[in-house]
Design a protein around this ligand. Structure first.
Ligand code: TYM
Length: 327
């Protein structure tokens, strides 16, 4: 069985960009691949986190993983900080990666821009990500477009290690969706929808209320025309809304264009509110039930045991190849 690994940071609320670009797609793999989906809490502390919020967000994210349809009897769900092999392999890989490659990471440049002090963790973040993936002999990594460069680095690290020490790691393939791999901010279609954007109407969170969703969509940027047409270059705002419509309703972009011919942005946005609310409503009601059931902690404990077992085997193989004394 091919193996799939991916992770999401438990920093603030999960938004529809995370959902469409990554989490929604995770569900598609669970029936015929061996899936590991991680809550990457170690990654989240590369930027300051309030401990109470981090704790809550981590459990919330686990409940959301289940609420979107991930079935813990089919997939392994776990917290990165519960599986020490991640930090250990990250160190070994740091000693096999170069500052030159880390200096080229655009996400590091963006996240460190304008900051007075930057943690070393933010800098070595992509190596921890490589460790996450390589620890499970991962074949496929479903992610949004913003993780493409990190996964290229992961592949480079794996290939280099294999050349130096002999075949050790499976070289993973990123799986980036054709549509929805980069959902843009609702208030500025030149920027990606991001958890770190503090303007509440720049994004729709999975747990937003229908009235908040309505406000955010009705306020979203379009352009001075009135035509619903998919044209990312000239109509980025409308095209972004069309992708959200398409990925959440299943209606093709062509069919959306025909349906709203001559109707203008108001009618289109009103229907988009319906599409988003009805896509999120079942997730929200399942989420509440899962949180109340108390099963999250049990699932995470079992997930961590399974993750330890699999990743230990691979870590030990790496340590032997490097030349560490093993008893
Ligand atoms: P994170 O937590 O920022 O995002 C989680 C997933 O959501 C995708 N994503 C988006 N997709 C479409 N449109 C957007 N606006 C958007 N914003 C975010 C991300 O691409 C990601 O797939 N470094 C990763 C977490 C990570 C990881 C891993 C992923 C750690 N280790 C190993 C895969 C494999 C991150 O910060 O994701």
């Amino acid at each position: 069985m091919k193996r799939v690994f991916s992770g999401v940071q438990p920093t603030s609320q999960v938004h529809i960009g995370n959902y469409i670009g990554a989490i929604k797609r995770f569900v598609e793999f669970q029936n015929d691949m061996d899936c590991f989906f991680c809550i990457v809490d170690l990654h989240s502390i590369t930027l300051p986190q309030d401990p109470k919020k981090l704790y809550e967000n981590s459990l919330q994210l686990a409940a959301l993983y289940m609420a979107v349809g991930l079935d813990p009897s089919k997939v392994t769900l776990f917290l990165q900080s519960q599986v020490p092999t991640h930090s250990e392999l990250a160190w070994l890989l740091q000693c096999n990666s170069y500052t030159g490659e880390l200096n080229r990471m655009t996400q590091f440049k963006e996240k460190s821009q304008g900051k007075e002090s930057i943690t070393a963790g933010l800098y070595t973040y992509p190596v921890l990500m490589a460790a996450d993936v390589l620890l499970y002999d991962t074949n496929y990594v479903p992610v949004g477009n913003d993780q493409k460069q990190h996964l290229e680095l992961c592949r480079d690290i794996a290939i280099r290690f294999n050349k130096k020490y002999g075949e050790t790691f499976v070289v993973p393939e990123p799986l980036i969706g054709k549509f929805g791999a980069r959902i843009m901010s609702l208030d500025d279609a030149s920027k990606k929808m991001s958890k770190s954007n503090e303007y509440e109407h720049s994004k729709i969170n999975l747990l937003d209320t229908p009235s908040k969703i309505k406000k955010s969509i009705m306020k979203s940027v379009t352009d001075s025309e009135s035509e619903i047409r998919f044209d990312v270059e000239n109509k980025p705002g409308v095209s972004n809304l069309m992708v959200i419509y398409n990925t959440l309703s299943g209606m093709s972009l062509d069919d959306i264009e025909s349906k709203y011919k001559g109707l203008g942005y108001g009618a289109f946005k009103k229907d988009l509110v319906e599409v988003v609310v009805s896509a999120l409503e079942p997730i929200q009601s399942k989420y509440e039930k899962i949180l109340k059931s108390g099963e999250v902690e049990k699932v995470l404990k079992e997930g961590a045991e399974k993750a330890k077992e699999v990743s230990n085997g691979i870590l030990n193989k790496v340590k032997k190849k490097i030349g560490f004394v093993m008893f």
